[in-house]
Design a protein around this ligand. Structure first.
Ligand SMILES: *Cc1c(COP(=O)(O)O)cnc(C)c1O
Length: 436
């Protein structure tokens, strides 16, 4: 394939800019789908990795469903054209209004994470005169061997319920006229690079499935969560074929449709973040390259100490200048790449080698398709970047750069709003004690 012309993209759409290659998303999806070929399977893309409607839609056209963790994500999935019977709703803290809307939207099922939640779902389903299809997220108490913030399968993590509790919940669900237990679920963590914990979890949960089926609980889906890792540095990779084999093996003797919920695996490697150099500076011995992208645009380095490869994008030069720059580029010194935010934690890379850089030089940050834009914020009143996809050699804008006016319009309207609420009665006890 022809190289992507990052300079033209950066000039046209400005920086910082997220650029996604749809071809890479397609090939990741098809690799996984192919690995599960032997069985009925449904891939539900985990929207939180990258929830742009164009990305969701693209995966939808390939046959993907959606794994959502808020009602907002369920709405995104529906708006992007994902079929309702391919949408599942997971998450440890679903609110009443979210449960209600999910039931009214008639999605495939809700992944339930506590007894309390199951109770809320039952009473909401009852009030709507509906039967809620559910699956229970089992916490198999297995160490996924990933970063602690994205490890979710240990008892010490807030996710899911233990096997005994799950069993009790299935029996409750079976006996309720308003709940239909249709699936069983686990998700032990993200950026998994070792297949053993997945294997172990699949076997544990399959055992539970066997005993539930013996209790005449009519399971249809075996949801193995997401978590397949990608290569940021030199990580070991889980091969989709081995992954599928491990799950098929665990499912021996069970006639269940496999659901998996990959996020990062489908979109992570498709994305780059383009950013321009603002300044270079030296504090003593230390060299800093300051870019127009910051931790609000890409939080992973700050949050997880994640490493993203950063490359200088060579200028496209007239013939007479060739040579001049490449001599310079060969002189690579170590530096930290940092953003303009007022935090020492605001960095994109530490101790990496880059050539001497000047104002306006273009850098490309790799593998940011997952948990890049979707974790971006407005900290420091920075406007979130634009997003572009590349398809068949053409670029298409899928999200405009945020604009200042729309960012503050709500606050500005309220700035001169004279409507107030009387808090006297609530305050009085406090203020008395202050007075006396
Ligand atoms: C985050 C999440 C996923 C996706 O994780 P990836 O590592 O991006 O594949 C899948 N399922 C659930 C329940 C999640 O919370």
């Amino acid at each position: 394939m022809k190289d992507i012309d990052y300079h033209t993209l950066a000039e046209t759409y400005k920086t910082p800019l997220y650029v996604y290659d749809l071809q890479k998303i397609s090939s990741a999806f098809l690799r996984l789908k192919e690995a599960f070929r032997a069985r009925k399977s449904l891939i539900c893309y985990a929207l939180k990795a990258n929830s742009n409607l164009s990305i969701i839609h693209h995966l939808g056209t390939l046959g993907s469903g959606a794994d959502c963790v808020s009602i907002g994500e369920v709405r995104r999935a529906l708006r992007a054209g994902i079929l309702k019977y391919k949408i599942i709703f997971s998450g440890v803290g679903k609110q009443d209004n979210e449960i209600q809307e999910a039931l009214q939207s008639d999605i495939l099922f809700l992944n339930v994470e506590s007894e309390g939640e199951l109770g809320r779902i039952e009473s909401i389903a009852k009030s709507l005169n509906k039967v809620a299809r559910i699956s229970i997220r089992v916490n198999p108490n297995i160490d996924a061997k990933t970063h602690p913030y994205i490890s979710t399968g240990l008892s010490e993590n807030k996710f899911g319920v233990d096997i005994q509790q799950a069993k009790a919940m299935y029996i409750f669900a079976k006996n309720s006229p308003h709940i239909e237990p249709v699936g069983i679920h686990f998700h032990i963590g993200s950026q998994l690079t070792d297949i053993e914990p997945i294997k172990e979890a699949a076997h544990k949960v399959a055992q539970l499935a066997h005993s539930l089926i013996a209790l005449k609980i009519d399971l249809k889906f075996f949801d193995v969560g997401g978590g397949i890792g990608i290569r940021y540095e030199e990580e070991n990779l889980i091969n989709p074929y081995d992954y599928a084999q491990a799950i098929l093996e665990a499912l021996y003797g069970l006639d269940l449709t496999i659901i998996c919920e990959p996020g990062r695996f489908l979109v992570g490697e498709s994305g780059v973040l383009l950013t321009r150099v603002l300044y270079e500076k030296h504090n003593g011995e230390k060299r800093f390259v300051i870019t127009d992208a910051a931790m609000n645009d890409l939080m992973r380095p700050t949050l997880y100490h994640a490493t993203h490869k950063i490359e200088y994008v060579e200028k496209i030069q007239n013939a007479e200048h060739i040579g001049e720059r490449s001599v310079e580029s060969s002189l690579c010194d170590m530096c930290d790449v940092v953003g303009p935010i007022c935090e020492s934690g605001d960095y994109l890379a530490k101790n990496i080698a880059l050539p001497k850089l000047t104002h306006g030089d273009l850098l490309k940050i790799e593998n940011v398709g997952a948990y890049g834009y979707s974790m971006a914020s407005n900290y420091n009143t920075r406007l979130r970047p634009a997003e572009v996809v590349i398809e068949n050699g053409r670029a298409r804008l899928i999200k405009n750069r945020e604009c200042f006016e729309s960012l503050i319009s709500d606050e500005e309207k309220l700035l001169h709003d004279s409507q107030t609420m009387d808090l006297q009665s609530i305050d009085s006890a406090d203020s008395q004690s202050v007075d006396s």
